[in-house]
Design a protein around this ligand. Structure first.
Ligand code: HEM
Length: 446
């Protein structure tokens, strides 16, 4: 029998040893990319609720279920850290983004960053974004439309307006968009060295483009206070009087833009996919939006209850951040299993959202499961965790919902869209879950 760190269980402890799959990393990575739910379910059936596998040059432990998720994300014993795990995956590209910081340092950065996401500032962002979204949605293309591509372009433009407060020429906006894409995709590169032409190499090249771009605009942003995030970060001060250095501003801008962009695009694509395959929900959302003015205010958002449950159910079925990695920084435990110091561990949110102890018929699209009388998401603290939990819980949660609801409000009011009967959207799960070849619909003005 081989001795590994996992078998070094402290004498007298009742903790169990985590079984580790012996398959080669490349086999595991490919099968998880093919079908993440089947991958997870098969491992649970073969090895139990907590097991490990090899991928990206490391062993990753995956404790399944909402209670294990709570233990890790709430991190009561402070034995799990974000930095070493996320840094391993995306560190060179998202260096010192707030999600990659831990404990006291994370707390002090998050307190300053929070100033850019408080309700008063969110209202200003809403005022900035509402007219531009209304204008863009009025000119939305019709006929055969790739919604994924349209949302990607739209969320980037919203980000440039609301986060950067800059009007960029198209070629420059495209260059920045491409740089974001490449930095995001680099994290799950199989070749994890800067070999020219590989994802990793492109990610590093793009990080440099983004740094140069932000540093160049800092002096102007520091000189004048405006309502955009970039300016807010340049002037933000925590209650304790702390501010960000230029380097902090650049690191946080790059991270926040990345965190905001793909997640919102994925959410809207999934909502439209589900509303196309369940047109009764498209109609309900339309009817509800027609009861409000076309121009939404911050205070109207709560009235869009149908879009709200469609959003939640879409995020349940295809959660934009499918796993939340951590590293054990000392010997610890999860669900009664021994977790040695240095273990990479990840919360399998994607699979947890299909857990039958949490959700009735989890494979079925059923937004009403989130209605107050059923509230399946409230059964467990971390049964529904698209935005994570604990101290790293998504800071852009309200911003994201505001943007998504505003875009969807215009879309469902003025347009209807469809896909062929029985359509299934082919997905690429290599990084964040995106459609393999965009998401084509037939879209017409109502
Ligand atoms: C539907 C859209 C979104 C989803 C599903 C989402 C999901 C998440 C998740 C799961 C985490 C935690 C990851 C972990 O703990 O390992 C996170 C963190 C974060 N998100 Fe979001 N996000 C979304 C939109 C946004 C937006 C719009 C912004 C910015 C405007 C944003 C900014 C951030 C930041 C800064 C963090 C790190 C927080 C910290 O570590 O303290 N996200 N997000």
């Amino acid at each position: 029998m081989t001795t590994t760190a996992f078998s070094q269980i402290p004498v007298g402890s009742e903790l169990k040893e985590i079984p580790i799959s012996s398959k080669p990393g490349i086999v595991e990575v490919l099968s998880s990319r093919r079908d993440p739910l089947a991958f997870e379910r098969k491992r649970i059936a073969q090895l139990g609720p907590v097991s490990g596998y090899h991928a990206f040059g490391r062993t990753w432990v995956v404790p399944s279920g909402p209670e294990a998720a709570e233990e890790i994300l709430m991190n009561k014993k402070k034995t799990f850290a974000n930095g070493p795990a996320w840094t391993y995956l995306i560190g060179p590209f998202f260096n010192r983004g707030v999600m990659l910081l831990d404990f006291e340092e994370h707390r002090s950065h998050r307190l300053i960053l929070q100033q850019a996401f408080n309700p008063a500032v969110l209202r200003k962002y809403m005022d900035l974004m509402q007219p531009m979204i209304a204008e863009r949605m009025a000119a939305f293309p019709t006929g055969k439309v790739d919604l994924f591509k349209e949302f990607k372009a739209l969320t980037l433009d919203v980000a440039l307006e609301v986060f950067l407060g800059l009007e960029l020429p198209k070629a420059e906006a495209d260059r920045i968009n491409k740089a974001f894409l490449e930095t995001v995709q680099a994290g799950v590169a199989v070749i994890r060295k800067p070999v020219p032409g590989t994802r990793w190499w492109k990610g590093l090249r793009s990080r440099k483009i983004l740094e140069e771009f932000f540093y160049a605009h800092i002096p102007a942003k520091r000189a004048t206070k405006t309502d955009d995030l970039f300016s807010v970060l340049c002037h933000a001060e925590s209650d304790e009087g702390q501010t960000f250095s230029d380097e902090d501003v650049v690191n946080h801008m790059i991270f926040v833009l990345m965190a905001a962009h793909d997640t919102s695009t994925i959410s809207m694509t999934q909502m439209c996919y589900r509303m196309a395959t369940h047109p009764q929900w498209q109609q309900r959302a339309h009817d509800q939006s027609m009861q409000l003015d076309a121009t939404l205010s911050y205070d109207d958002l709560g009235a869009l209850t149908d879009l709200d449950v469609i959003f939640k159910e879409s995020l349940r079925m295809c959660t934009p951040v499918p796993a939340h990695p951590r590293m054990a920084i000392e010997d610890t435990e999860v669900s009664g299993y021994f977790v040695p110091k240095g273990t990479m561990i990840t919360v399998p949110v994607y699979a947890n959202h299909y857990d039958e102890t949490v959700y009735t018929d989890p494979l079925v699209f059923d937004p009403n499961r989130f209605a107050p009388d059923r509230a399946e998401d409230k059964k467990f603290r971390m049964g529904f965790a698209p935005f994570g939990g604990g101290v790293h819980k998504c800071i852009g949660l309200y911003f994201g919902q505001m943007e998504i609801k505003t875009i969807m409000h215009h879309l469902v009011r003025d347009y209807e869209w469809s896909v062929p009967e029985g359509y299934v959207l082919p997905m690429n799960y290599a990084s964040l879950p995106i459609p393999k070849r965009g998401f084509q619909v037939t879209l017409r003005h109502r």
